[in-house]
Design a protein around this ligand. Sequence first.
Ligand SMILES: NC(=O)c1ccc[n+]([C@@H]2O[C@H](COP(=O)([O-])OP(=O)(O)OC[C@H]3O[C@@H](n4cnc5c(N)ncnc54)[C@H](OP(=O)(O)O)[C@@H]3O)[C@@H](O)[C@H]2O)c1
Length: 213
Amino acid sequence: MKIAFLGIGNVGSALAGNLAGADHDVSIAARDLNSATVQAALAQSPALRAQPLREAVAAADIVFLATPFEANEAALESAGDLTGKVVVDCTNPVAADLSHGLKNEVSGGEFVQKLVPAAKVVKAFTIYGFENFIDSSYPGYGDLKPAMLIAGNDPDAKGTVASLSEDLGWVPVDTGDISMSLHLEYMTLLWIKMARVQGRGAGFVWGMLTRQP
Ligand SMILES: NC(=O)c1ccc[n+]([C@@H]2O[C@H](COP(=O)([O-])OP(=O)(O)OC[C@H]3O[C@@H](n4cnc5c(N)ncnc54)[C@H](OP(=O)(O)O)[C@@H]3O)[C@@H](O)[C@H]2O)c1
């Protein structure tokens, strides 16, 4: 599958580099091929390539949205036709006081799905800091792998994103339709407050323990 990245900062460069390292065909959909962030991502992950934004998106089956939440509308508008594509929404609406950026009235995931109604939006790679997208490994827990909670309306699109999550070392957990994004966004706020405000640090994730019958 061909993957394009809108946004190649902390989150985008970590996910893009690791997906390219897992043998996926990954392009940076670049606003500016010579920007510092694009050049840094290319230097860090030689398997990546950068293409003009619309060209990369048009060729992709899956588009990762990894822009600041406030830039989502502009970024999606600049992307061209997203009909039928899987859009992986990695973005979080976070207000300056670390409350929900859309005042709980609607989730960021639903907001993004409304911006691109013809695309299949799956919320994923949001509930932890980017450090865990650089390195998702937590040795010492046997077969237990960290959980990646996802949400979206289209089962096939969620299957695709679940498979990408597995390639990146996560156990995907389907939480339901895109409206479940609101709860994922509160998990993000919880993680940020614990990790970055209380000083616990970025080296923790959630695990999913399921009782066997
Ligand atoms: N940081 C985290 O730990 C973390 C974890 C999970 C989720 N998130 C979410 O992930 C998203 C990205 O966070 P980040 O930390 O990776 O941000 P970042 O490092 O600031 O990177 C943002 C990227 O978006 C690009 N961009 C900005 N406006 C754009 C536009 N209109 N069109 C296309 N590209 C645009 C920037 O390009 P330029 O470099 O050219 O400006 C940059 O590549 C945010 O929504 C954040 O809430 C962050």
